[in-house]
Design a protein around this ligand. Sequence first.
Ligand code: ZN
Length: 92
Amino acid sequence: MKCDKCGCDVPKSNDAVWIQSYATEQPISLLVFGSRCFLPTDTCPGSPSRAQYIAGQPRDSRYPYDKSMEKKWRMAYKRILKICAAPAEEPA
Ligand SMILES: [Zn+2]
């Protein structure tokens, strides 16, 4: 799937929509949304409103930080990395 922001191919390991579907346990979002880079890349700002929950990422001032979602996002991201067998760069 291509990112709706930058138009590049989004690897599943960095697809905000996939990660969100795990974080919120709402697989339906996969059908509603396309793809969107999660963490910023060289060519794309990514999705800071979601990536802010991952350790080391800057807070997104446009959205409130929901502390109760932090664990869910981190778990979801971990899970995606595992599924994709991406380089082991797990958030602390
Ligand atoms: Zn993108």
